[in-house]
Design a binder for this molecule. Structure first.
Ligand SMILES: [Zn+2]
Length: 410
């Protein structure tokens, strides 16, 4: 078996792995400007998508422009999320040459789509494929590829720890080689219950003091997690942005949720914002909590809320995840001011970072890899994959860190 890394190898974003020039695992895009896509021209016989995040599924419609549509295999939530992302990309970039697909391609994706449940093996491009719960977001999967001789496990993004929205990854299928994400290979996360308690206490404190809290959150996964946390702690909240639509979609797939009743409960106690008639400005004046996109403050309704609450130190911006270098969220944390909607603004409101994570941390990765001690480990999807692979080698693993465009024989 020969695997080529077309993106997301020694970087985070635009994940794509091509097996034997035939089976494509993920086809993502990185949302920096200009957007980044996997390298090379691919014409796969079939595609398997690990989960519905932009950096794993965002460029899949671009594979729909040739005559023969390759079947696209994924779980039902991944199909739905990927379609939503594609429509959003068309809205943002559709009229520019940077967008590698059209609305026709997005429609054809529906014809090419084949959905599968976890641990329900199927055939794709002549391989036997099995998806296992990866505990990252609803529908996220580890992908096991078996050619009858070699079994390759592609982890996709995964989490072995607790989240309210999804159950953790527990399956450790037998394999002969593993391609392992390593986003947080050098990070130890604080216990989830402690992160959650501190977040809830802090948000409640601000509300009691008469302030407004803006909770920036990614639409897919984090918005729902924040809603579940708020509901569990009896914190009333508004929900705004693309996360509203995603929440409705995820509710349609209860078997991919850890506790479908909990999400139903959180949805009925949250107030969804339509954004009409200055509604957002009025909400921002209330003594309340607003969960809204985008998670790193580079767009979405947060562009209305944060400027509206920024003048008062009683108010708070409670960021809910890692803020990438160069994003307004990161700048706000580091300097107390940020470029929001094209204008640099100082923010007097309190700014906090609460690290809710949907990825395994260092311990989680090492614990996972303990099951794969005797087989080649390829560390990908991280900023420090080479260092991680070296550490693994020192620990007795047969590990390497493929680079962009590299082909590895297994
Ligand atoms: Zn992801």
């Amino acid at each position: 078996m020969e695997v080529q890394f077309l993106g997301g190898a020694d970087e985070i974003g635009r994940s794509a792995v091509l097996v034997d020039d035939s089976l494509l695992l993920d086809y993502g895009m990185a949302s920096e400007s200009p957007p980044q896509y996997p390298v090379g021209d691919v014409d796969p016989d079939a595609v398997v998508v690990s989960h519905g995040h932009l950096d794993h599924a965002g460029a899949v419609p671009a594979l729909m422009s040739s005559g023969d549509l390759p079947p696209v295999h994924w779980t039902p939530p991944t199909r739905e999320l990927a379609t939503t992302l594609a429509e959003d990309t068309l809205k943002l970039h559709g009229s520019t040459p940077r967008c590698p697909f059209t609305d026709t391609d997005v429609r054809r994706l529906t014809q090419a789509s084949e959905t599968h449940g976890y641990e329900d093996s199927f055939e794709a491009a002549g391989y036997e494929i099995t998806l296992y719960n990866a505990g990252h977001i609803p529908g996220s999967a580890h992908v096991l590829v078996d050619d009858g001789d070699t079994r390759l496990l592609y982890t996709g993004d995964f989490h072995t720890g607790d989240q309210r929205l999804v159950a953790p990854s527990t399956a450790r299928p037998d394999a002969d080689a593993v391609i392992c994400e390593s986003t947080y290979s050098d990070v130890t996360h604080e216990a989830r219950d402690r992160v959650e308690t501190r977040f809830a206490d802090s948000v409640q404190q601000t509300v009691w003091e008469g302030g407004t809290v803006v909770v920036p959150a990614f639409a897919i996964g984090r918005t729902q997690e924040a809603m579940l946390v708020c509901n569990a702690h009896d914190i009333d909240c508004y929900v705004d942005g693309m996360g509203q639509r995603v929440t409705k979609q995820l509710k349609r797939h209860p078997e991919f949720l850890r506790d479908a009743d909990a999400l139903r409960g959180a949805t009925s106690s949250a107030r969804f914002v339509t954004g009409r008639d200055g509604q957002r400005k009025r909400i921002a004046e209330q003594n309340t909590v607003i969960i809204t996109t985008s998670g790193m403050l580079n767009g979405g309704p947060a562009m209305t809320y944060v400027p509206a609450i920024r003048h008062h130190p009683t108010n708070k911006v409670a960021l809910t995840g890692y803020q990438v270098e160069g994003t307004p969220g990161r700048s706000l944390l580091d300097t107390g001011s940020a470029e929001l909607d094209g204008r640099v603004m100082p923010v007097s409101a309190q700014v906090e970072l609460h690290e809710f994570s949907a990825h395994a941390d260092r311990q989680g990765l090492l614990g996972f890899l303990e099951s794969y001690r005797d087989i080649p480990v390829l560390a990908v999807h991280g900023d420090w994959t080479a260092a991680f692979a070296e550490e693994l080698r020192e620990d007795g693993f047969e590990a390497s860190a493929p680079t962009l465009g590299e082909t590895v024989e297994l």
